[in-house]
Design a protein around this ligand. Structure first.
Ligand SMILES: *[C@@H]1O[C@H](CO)[C@@H](O)[C@H](O)[C@H]1NC(C)=O
Length: 381
């Protein structure tokens, strides 16, 4: 009996490992084909130094996290003069004077003392050909984010929770940074209590990114809108970014969820936006966005209408959505709204940019509503 049981379990586990050891499933959308560390023998770091070394060396690696890696306090703290652009009430974020930001942009804001953890400010460097995978709900990185930059490619981050990067302070740290990258898959990741951006794509190209089944948790006692909702959620602004955003739960934010600029083609499909006290999309010049099959519940504004400089197609009607077929390979799915100010974007002029790319499939908004909450974030695979 016992051997039969183990044989069955082994077959099940093997069948799931389609992107290589440790990884469950495979990327859909622009990052389709990413393999990360491939079939490398998994390594199990036990110390912060080992984790940093495995992520930053030049070997293909499958890195399994079985515990919390706590970086808080490991690089000391800095106490200096910052500013309070949104006021000094206890619910408001304060800002670090990073690169003289307070002096240059908020010179009339009150000066305040700030005291922050140095480890949070700069993330761990992740080199090419890595899979970073958490086991169960155990894979937590506390007090430091991840930086995928300088030409790094073919990287999978799955089932990991990044948390506690100086949430009191703007410029306290970004959870995941991409800048000059290709083929990155962020899946079943949770980010919470972050100082600056939960996910930021810098000015250099981040080619072929898929962010799926992840949870952007903006709940915080310190916010730029002083209301418990984090303003700086996602920022996609590279000169040649391709981003698939599918099946994510984006909640308790108040802006930039995401901000899209630069020259970014964004396919946002089957996501669930919830409890946003400001806006979801900021559509700046250079943004090319298709939003479909998604749910907006208790979102003040689907789109920040104070400045729509880019192009957005919001899948407004079944007849208009047929235009997706020729380039996205399916008729777009309408979105669903509850207690949300929706926005109608019907620009299809950029659809040819999807030609020849891997485009994620879409299901209905109502099926997204039921699946995202039970599936997004860590500990679900
Ligand atoms: C990543 O893996 C591929 C395929 O094995 C290899 O060609 C490439 O050189 C690796 N990249 C780096 C930076 O090691």
């Amino acid at each position: 009996m016992k051997s039969t049981f183990f044989f069955g379990a082994a077959i099940t586990a093997f069948a799931k490992l389609t992107s290589g050891a440790g990884v469950t499933g495979a990327a859909e959308g622009f990052a389709k084909g990413v393999t990360g560390g491939g079939s490398a023998t998994p390594v199990y770091p036990t110390t912060n130094a080992q984790l940093v070394s495995y992520l930053g060396d030049s070997s293909a690696r499958v890195i399994i996290l079985t515990k919390t890696f706590d970086f808080t306090g490991t690089e000391g703290t800095t106490t200096s003069t910052g500013c309070a652009p949104w006021g000094t009430a206890s619910a408001c974020q304060l800002a670090i004077n990073k690169d003289s930001w307070c002096d240059n942009y908020e010179s009339s804001a009150p000066k305040v003392s700030v005291s922050y953890d140095n480890a949070g400010v700069l993330g761990i460097t992740v080199k090419s050909n890595k899979s970073l995978v958490g086991q169960g709900s155990a894979g937590i990185i506390k007090g430091k984010g991840l930086r995928i930059v300088s030409g790094a490619s073919n990287i999978i981050i799955q089932n990991v929770h990044i948390t506690n990067l100086n949430p009191k302070y703007v410029w306290g740290g970004d959870a995941i940074t991409l800048d000059n990258t290709d083929l990155v898959w962020i899946d079943h990741v949770k980010t919470s209590l972050i100082g600056r951006q939960h996910i930021v794509l810098g000015n250099n190209p981040s080619k072929r990114v898929t962010i799926s089944n992840s949870e952007i948790d903006g709940s915080s006692s310190w916010s730029a809108t002083c209301d418990g909702h984090h303003y700086w959620a996602m920022y996609f602004t590279g000169s040649n970014d391709l981003v698939t955003l599918k099946g994510n739960y984006i909640h308790h934010t108040s802006g930039r969820s995401p901000k899209v600029a630069g020259n970014t083609l964004l396919h946002a499909v089957n996501n669930y936006w919830y409890a946003n006290s400001g806006h979801a999309f900021e559509v700046d010049s250079g943004a090319y966005i298709v939003v479909e099959g998604s749910v907006f519940q208790n979102v003040d504004l689907m789109v920040d209408t104070s400045s729509v400089g880019g192009k957005i197609f919001t899948s407004p009607s079944t007849s208009a959505n047929a235009a997706c077929s020729a380039y996205l390979g399916h008729t777009c799915q309408v979105n669903a709204f509850g207690s949300t100010t929706s926005y109608t974007g019907s620009d299809t002029s950029f659809f040819s940019s999807f030609s020849g790319k891997n485009v994620a499939s879409a299901s209905t908004a109502s099926s997204a509503q039921s699946s995202v909450l039970s599936n997004a974030g860590i500990g679900k695979i």
